[in-house]
Ligand binder design. Structure first.
Ligand SMILES: [Mn+2]
Length: 551
């Protein structure tokens, strides 16, 4: 039986009819009737009210022997369910169908992606899981986010799904395995807190998903037998769902299995028109999130970086699925810490606030944008000098983005500008030419990271693509990448003039490679320093406006 890992843990820990009992010390406990009674132990049958000494027990709850066997997914604090209640709950529901009205408009696109993958692996069965829910603490989980490759191939969004592409004489036959509905046709709809529809809301079932997404679907519990029954080689996208991982043994040569992840990443490098539209929408929502943050700066100066994160993330929930990655709300010297996402510091009037954040839209494509803002609305002369240097580096990098350019050309252009600027500031210990040499890279003490990565369903998209197709490859129309040079002068760096220490600046835009050059998708947020100050001044005094602008 295949179940997501967490479900398996539940069923392992809490067997039907056997609630784990708390440690008992055998001391007399007061019953409801005020009688002293020695703990009767879990095997003692209850006999009317007051007989069960468990304070969690409620009136009407009967002995363990009468507990429904369908309570898989119940937690220790849930009341036990008598058979009579199961019977009562199981009848008198309106059975009007909730079948989808029409197939998903993107269904043909998912099918053609599966065909493209199929063509690369003739005669090899492919297994692509979406992943299981992840535990946050105890019995609470993070909100589920589908695995990007699985989603890209199916459009399926529910946890635990597995796509099987069965190799045959004429390509692959696709089957999407998913958990059937836990609807009112079985008591689990109210006894299973993990998947019962009274607890988690209606889900899409097997026939509904097959109709909606245009792919053959089957119940998840058939996966195990079907995978074991496959003849011939099987490749699995490993690391997403531990239980599926255990179904397929790794091939002797690990590069065989890696090839599946590589090919998927490489197929996702060039975005189609719809993907570009989704990225544009995510960027537009992100622009509004940055506007929200500027409006909230007075509050942030009272309550700190948490306000910045919270306000941006509110926009992400209002307009999309979530944030595409942990928001970085880094004020003052926190801006020199690349992945500052604790966001629990202060925001002071003279600080620069580095905000690196992206809305992930309803179809899971994410923006990834950074602006570095003077909290007061005006740069100090030192801040402006450094900001202008990073801005020049970013302009030089964007000028290199065009079809046929090396992926690293924008990075090299940005590093040249930054190294020369650091030399002029007297910070580099050697000349910029020497610093830029492959065997030294001295400027990187202050620039730290690469300038670009691909962007799409994942913030660091297509991460498994081979070197020669990505980092060492050439840009093509339909690539979407970030351009994000930064300068980070650590507060404790003795090579930096005292007045410049603790300043961190990054400017990041999302850029689409077009037929003849590029288009900056995030132009809605200014980067030039005077424009940035004017943009901030224009938002000053405005209240938060959560409504989406009318299209
Ligand atoms: Mn980025």
């Amino acid at each position: 039986m295949h179940q997501p890992l967490v479900a398996q843990m539940h069923s392992f820990r809490y067997q039907p009819g056997r609630r784990p009992s708390r440690p008992r010390r055998g001391l007399p406990r007061r019953t409801l009737q005020g009688m002293e009674q020695v703990n009767p132990g879990p095997a003692t049958p209850a006999s009317g009210s007051g007989a069960d000494p468990d304070p969690d027990a409620r009136e009407g709850v009967t002995a363990e022997g009468e507990t429904t066997p369908a309570d898989q997914g119940s937690r220790p604090h849930d009341p036990r369910t008598p058979a009579a209640l199961v019977e009562l709950m199981s009848r008198d529901w309106d059975t009007t169908s909730t079948f989808p009205d029409h197939p998903h408009p993107a269904a043909p696109r998912y099918a053609s992606r599966r065909r493209a993958l199929s063509a690369l692996f003739p005669g090899i069965h492919l297994v692509i899981p979406t992943g299981a829910p992840k535990v946050r603490a105890n019995d609470t989980e993070y909100r589920f986010r589908p695995g990007s490759d699985h989603y890209w191939l199916t459009g399926h969004t529910e946890p635990g799904g597995v796509l099987l592409l069965r190799a045959g004489a004429e390509g692959h036959q696709a089957t999407l395995y998913l958990e059937p509905r836990s609807d009112r046709s079985s008591p689990a709809f109210f006894t299973n807190a993990r998947s019962g529809e009274l607890w988690v809301g209606p889900r899409r079932g097997v026939p509904e998903t097959a109709f909606l997404l245009g792919v053959e679907c089957a119940p998840l519990d058939g996966l195990n037998g079907d995978v074991r029954g496959l003849g011939g080689p099987v490749l699995l996208l490993r690391g997403l769902d531990p239980e599926v991982d255990s179904l397929v043994s790794a091939p002797g040569d690990p590069s065989e299995e890696r090839r599946l992840a590589e090919e998927l990443s490489e197929l996702r490098l060039v975005k189609d028109d719809h993907e570009i539209l989704m990225l544009e929408r995510a960027v537009e929502a992100t622009v509004r999130g940055f506007e929200d943050v500027v409006r909230a700066l007075p509050e942030a100066m009272e309550q700190g970086e948490r306000v910045v994160e919270g306000v941006f993330n509110l926009r992400a929930r209002v307009e999309g699925s979530d944030v595409g990655y942990e928001t970085i709300a880094a004020s003052g010297a926190h801006a020199t810490i690349l992945h500052w996402s604790r966001n629990d510091g202060q925001v002071r009037g003279g600080d620069l606030l580095l905000l690196d954040a992206g809305v992930e839209g309803d179809e899971l494509y994410t923006a990834d944008v950074t602006r570095t803002l003077p909290v007061s609305g005006r740069f100090t002369p030192d801040q402006r000098r450094l900001y202008e240097l990073v801005h020049r580096a970013q302009e030089a990098a964007i000028a290199e983005v065009r079809p046929g350019a090396a992926f690293l050309d924008p990075h090299r252009a940005a590093m040249r500008v930054l190294a020369e600027g650091l030399e002029e500031l007297g910070i580099l210990p050697v000349s910029s030419d020497k610093a830029l040499a492959e065997d030294l890279q001295a400027h990187r003490r202050y620039t730290l990271h690469g300038t670009s990565h691909m962007l799409g369903l994942d913030v660091h998209d297509c991460a498994q693509a081979r070197e020669e197709e990505y980092r060492g490859g050439r840009l093509q129309p339909g690539h979407v990448l970030t351009v994000e040079p930064g300068l980070y002068l650590q507060p404790d760096d003795l090579t930096v003039p005292v007045g410049l220490r603790g300043i961190g600046i990054r400017i990041e835009d999302d850029v689409l490679v077009t037929e003849d050059g590029c288009r900056v998708l995030s132009r809605g947020l200014p980067t030039e320093p005077d424009e940035l100050e004017r943009w901030m001044a224009g938002l000053r005094g405005q209240d938060l406006q959560l409504r989406r602008p009318l299209a």
